[in-house]
Design a protein around this ligand. Structure first.
Ligand code: ATP
Ligand code: MG
Length: 313
């Protein structure tokens, strides 16, 4: 029996993408209408898990005119969700893709803190949802100026119900999630180095385990992923091949895989690692974040999990 996955996205964005035949910095170009999508890391996780047949509920905030567009697109997507209405307008993430070179220029607005009342509503919404769910996922950044205690609060609420929490964030929020003992953390190598000051991902992951976390999945881009468990050997898994494509959102697909397995009651680090690497490689093959290629089913039979040789254990 697979339980429901609840995702919380504290800093959603209206993702707008324009394609230009040739992007002229300092010049002007005529472009077709932008594609507009409800974005944010927790939403990408929910989309992938939903695409793969898991029961999900995506929770986030929406405000202003951009929030209305965000809500409309999310309704169209068919992903079950609930929104807390907030004062500040939902931020925008603007991408301009140069079709001649394939290069994308991206401007990410930081997002405004919606305030204590809005955060309380989001936590209450999550608490209600958790009473009928199996896993909590908290993904992405916090709006600037927001309290990092939000992450610890959500992790603690899941723990009180005996539910695992997966957190994928960075900076002070990642440290807060580790100190709160989130069950699984999914930083990439740069986020590990930034949060701990350590360049060795295994040493950095072990620092994060001190707060009671059971498993750090440290993603290394095309080099795959390390599973650093609180107990047991460090494991490494490479993608079946290094793929050309769109790596944005690959980490979110990894989190989706881990959440689907945890929702089924699977906690073996090797199995979580194998699925995370297969789904994230399959995400690289898709043009937009939030979907994975059906080739994930082939990849999972081709990837191998091996003990990781530490240089200075
Ligand atoms: N070029 C690639 N080919 C195959 N697999 C890849 C490639 N790039 C990334 N992956 C897979 O995706 C996983 C996550 O990638 P990465 O470490 O870049 O995550 P991330 O920085 O958190 O991504 P994001 O935050 O944009 O979702 C990797 O561990 C690997 O398994
Ligand atoms: Mg990431």
């Amino acid at each position: 029996m697979t339980g429901r996955i609840v995702t919380v996205t504290p800093n959603p964005a209206l993702d707008m993408t324009w394609h230009a035949e040739r992007m002229l910095v300092g010049g002007s170009c005529r472009v077709p209408a932008a594609t507009v999508r409800a974005g944010g890391k927790g939403l990408n996780v929910a989309r992938v898990a939903h695409q793969q047949g898991a029961r999900v509920l995506a929770l986030t905030t929406a405000g202003g005119a951009t929030g209305a567009q965000f809500a409309a697109e999310l309704s169209m997507s068919g992903v079950p969700h609930a929104l807390v209405r907030v004062g500040p307008a939902t931020r925008r993430s603007v991408a301009i893709v140069d079709d001649a070179t394939g290069d994308a220029t991206v401007l990410n607005e930081c997002g405004d803190d919606p305030g204590a009342v809005a955060w309380r509503s989001l936590v209450e919404l999550a608490c209600d949802a958790l009473s009928d769910s199996a896993v909590l996922v908290v993904s992405g950044s916090l709006p600037s100026g927001s309290p990092v205690s939000l992450i610890a609060d959500l992790v603690a609420r899941a723990a009180r119900r005996g539910l695992p929490a997966i957190v994928d964030t960075s900076g002070a929020a990642l440290t807060a999630a580790a100190e709160a003992g989130a069950t699984v953390l999914k930083p990439n190598d740069a986020e590990l180095a930034e949060a701990t000051g350590l360049s060795d991902p295994v040493a950095a992951a072990r620092t994060l385990l001190r707060g009671g976390t059971r498993l750090v999945l440290a993603s290394l881009g095309g080099d795959g992923m390390l599973a650093v468990p609180a107990h047991g050997p460090v494991l490494h898994c490479r993608p079946p091949e290094v793929l050309a494509g769109n790596p944005t959102g690959a980490g979110d697909a990894a989190v989706a895989a881990a959440s689907v397995l945890l929702a089924r009651g699977e906690t073996d680090p090797a199995e979580l690692l194998r699925a995370a690497v297969s789904w994230s490689a399959a995400a690289v093959l898709e043009p937009a974040a939030g979907t994975i290629s059906p080739r994930h089913a082939d990849f999972i039979n081709r990837v191998t999990v091996t003990p990781y040789r530490e240089e200075n254990p």
